[in-house]
Write a protein that binds this ligand. Structure first.
Ligand SMILES: C[S@@+](CC[C@H](N)C(=O)[O-])C[C@H]1O[C@@H](n2cnc3c(N)ncnc32)[C@H](O)[C@@H]1O
Length: 300
């Protein structure tokens, strides 16, 4: 899996730039437009939160674990509905941002949390963290199913019988290329290059092969009760993010400038700036190399 170091590279290094672009407590995951792409991003993100709360039967007083809580957008929504949220993240920057907002958040690997840590929960949500649970090394060693099975065991142990869990995640789709073809020196328009940019941005992370792998891995512990693709939603979300990332702001541009020394010395950082130009994840969705799912599970 992606550990603290890799997650900090992906999320903490550019944390300030992102927060100044999209908002202090913004969602760092695809919104839910329900087919109406004229909606403002914030409203579409709220629709996602509503969907999760409704599908997990969360109400005032419910105790909810947010696995991979980012800057706390879902914790904030839980606060508004009167539920008690606890968040886990591996990013120092996100943890600090959440603490500033008064959220109860810990830096901890959510894949190994047990009832002895924070007790049990009425519901568990994980929006955009599942992508990081399996590493390339796990995949190569044939351990991907096992990693996901263990995760669902962890979740199941935290829930009562009939308790529900929400997972939102990117997955590989039919167009995914073999790992060994990924190449940062491949032509710029190629899928080989696009995937190399993504691997550079998210070291330590390898996606599940379709929703089927996730559903199969969950089976001993949890059954699927609702799902849909959010691929088009994510394409739209990334379009809005890119406009906001480039929009001018003194503080934001100073934050960009503060990365100059890393840009000089670290080729990984230079490749990340190509991500800002090309948005390889958006292209991966457009070319159907990747898909994106929202999945609701119930403990069996
Ligand atoms: C794409 S961000 C999504 C954040 C937030 N859920 C949202 O929707 O804005 C992924 C999050 O997953 C967290 N994460 C990844 N792997 C994790 C793990 N094993 N344990 C805890 N958090 C993890 C990262 O730290 C980050 O907060």
């Amino acid at each position: 899996m992606a550990g603290n170091k890799e997650i900090d590279f992906s999320y903490t290094t550019m944390d300030q730039i992102w927060r100044k672009s999209v908002g202090e407590m913004a969602d760092f995951t695809g919104a839910k437009y329900n087919g109406d792409f004229s909606l403002p991003l914030e409203e579409a993100q709220r629709k996602k939160h509503e969907f999760i709360v409704e599908n997990l039967n969360i109400r005032a007083g419910s105790k909810v674990l947010d696995m991979g809580c980012g800057w706390g957008p879902f914790l904030n929504y839980l606060r508004q509905v009167g539920a008690k949220g606890i968040g886990l993240t591996l990013s120092k920057g996100q943890h600090a941002a959440c603490v500033r907002q008064g959220f109860e958040v810990y830096i901890q690997d959510c894949r190994t949390v047990t009832p002895s840590d924070y007790g049990t929960f009425d519901a568990v949500a994980s929006v955009g963290a599942f992508e990081h649970f399996c590493s390339i090394e796990d995949y190569k060693a044939g351990r991907q199913d096992e990693v996901y099975r263990n995760f669902f065991k962890t979740v199941s142990d935290l829930l009562p019988a009939g308790g529900r869990c929400f997972i939102q995640t990117m997955v590989f789709s039919e167009g995914m290329i073999p790992l060994e073809n990924i190449d940062i020196n491949a032509p710029k328009e190629s899928n080989e290059y696009l995937m190399a940019l993504v691997v550079n941005e998210f070291p330590g992370s390898w996606l599940p092969y379709g929703k089927e792998q996730i559903i199969r891995s969950a089976q001993p512990y949890m059954r699927l009760v609702n799902h849909h693709s959010g691929r088009l939603d994510y394409i739209e979300t990334i379009k809005v993010w890119r406009r906001r990332l480039w929009s001018f702001g003194w503080n934001k541009y100073l934050a960009y400038l503060s990365l100059a020394p890393q840009l000089l010395y670290d080729p990984r950082m230079r490749n990340r700036f190509m991500n800002l130009r090309i948005a390889p994840i958006r292209v991966a969705f457009e070319r159907e190399i990747w898909d994106h799912y929202r999945l609701v599970f119930e403990k069996v």
